[in-house]
Write a protein that binds this ligand. Structure first.
Ligand code: ADP
Ligand code: MG
Length: 346
């Protein structure tokens, strides 16, 4: 740590403060993320280790923020990342909205390249949202914050807590309590981000978990076992019932979006997770090959980094860590605070 001189505080998220710093010898500017340890009973600093493990496996994609070094520090770790000027949430707050079509295509294309890379390496990010998509001074988008990523086991046999992904971007299977899930949760989040880029504001801004499902249902219609057979096996399927609602055509929801944009959006926002279009397939969609073509990063809005520190600066939904991600499953099932949103009155 003595190798770095701290230049200022650039952000604070759920599990750490992020500082801008300069390497004393090389002059290289980095972002240092202090990660406090939250020890499980077996003493493994799981959140930090998970992030480090995931990042080490994917560090050589230009669409994933590069981890340069890891140091033990006090009771935790410091991760040194390449320095990025801003994040997509910040850019969207300051950009003229809605963004030009070519700009939306460019952001989506970079996001999909990063997601395709993660998925090809069996990593599910689990918390894709604009604040976790960092933007470099030259307009390049890179995926960050692998605090929730976990190496995905392809046999689907691992059980995960369903309280992952910040609510607005959380897939319906998670809202219905799924404990086994796959890359589909990221593809849903990509759909939500595309919708937000096209719309100029979040597509499904639910204020609690039940309302989150309502927001989704209002547009996609009530999910039925005909459309999504596996829904009946989800833990909370019988606890929640909604009145039948028909889907609203996406062109009515986003009247200004192009037919190709809507076609691609509809392929992400599907109820059955395995039917969602894979990131690698989405990159081949007509949308990216019809005019206007994706903008060059230099034609994207100039990233904006507010002058002062930005602790908790992003207004938005409560973070996933409000939900005790690493609580043992049994405990979270028994905790009425955690399941209350899923229990219908009467
Ligand atoms: P958390 O898990 O606490 O959300 P993040 O990794 O998302 O942590 O970092 C929180 C915020 O800090 C980000 O939204 C971003 O604004 C800023 N930040 C994180 N990493 C970098 C980086 N490499 N360069 C510049 N800013 C960063
Ligand atoms: Mg974050």
């Amino acid at each position: 740590m003595e190798q770095y001189c701290i230049l200022g505080r650039i952000g604070e998220g759920a599990h750490g403060i992020v500082f801008k710093a300069k390497h004393v010898e090389t002059g290289e500017i980095v972002a240092l993320k202090k990660v406090a340890l939250r020890r499980l009973e077996d003493g493994i600093p799981n959140q930090a280790l998970r992030e480090i493990k995931a990042l080490q496996e994917i560090e050589d994609s230009q669409y994933v923020v590069q981890l340069k070094a890891v140091f033990p520090h006090g009771a935790g770790f410091v991760l040194a990342f390449e320095y990025m000027l801003s994040d997509l949430a910040e850019v969207l707050r300051h950009a003229q909205r809605p963004l030009a079509q070519a700009q939306v295509k460019s952001y989506l294309q970079m996001l999909l390249k990063g997601v395709a890379f993660c998925h090809a390496n069996n990593i599910v990010h689990r918390d894709l949202k604009p604040a976790n998509l960092l933007i470099s001074a030259s307009g390049q988008l890179k995926i960050a914050d692998f605090g929730l990523a976990r190496v995905f086991s392809s046999d689907g046999s691992r059980l995960y807590t369903h309280q992952v992904a910040t609510r607005w971007y959380r897939a319906p299977e998670l809202l219905y309590g799924a404990r086994q899930y796959n890359q589909g949760v990221d593809l849903w989040a990509v759909g939500c981000i595309l919708g937000e880029l096209l719309n100029g504001s979040p597509l499904f801004p639910g204020e609690n978990d039940i309302e989150q499902l309502c927001c989704v249902l209002r547009i996609l219609g009530t999910p039925s076992p005909q459309v999504w057979p596996e829904i009946t096996e989800l833990p909370d399927y019988n606890k929640i019932s909604f009145k039948e609602q028909a889907p609203v055509p996406l062109e009515e929801v986003l009247p200004d979006a192009s037919p190709q944009a809507l076609d691609l959006l509809g392929r992400f926002l599907l109820y059955p997770p395995l039917q969602r279009i894979a990131a690698s397939q989405a990159l081949l969609h007509q949308y990216f090959f019809t005019a206007p073509l994706p903008a060059h990063p230099s034609e994207l809005p100039i990233p904006h980094r507010p002058g002062g520190p930005t602790p908790k600066a992003h207004p938005g939904p409560p973070h996933v860590h409000d939900f005790h991600v690493d609580q043992p499953l049994e405990e979270s099932l028994l905790n009425p605070e955690l399941i209350r949103p899923f229990i219908l009155e009467g």
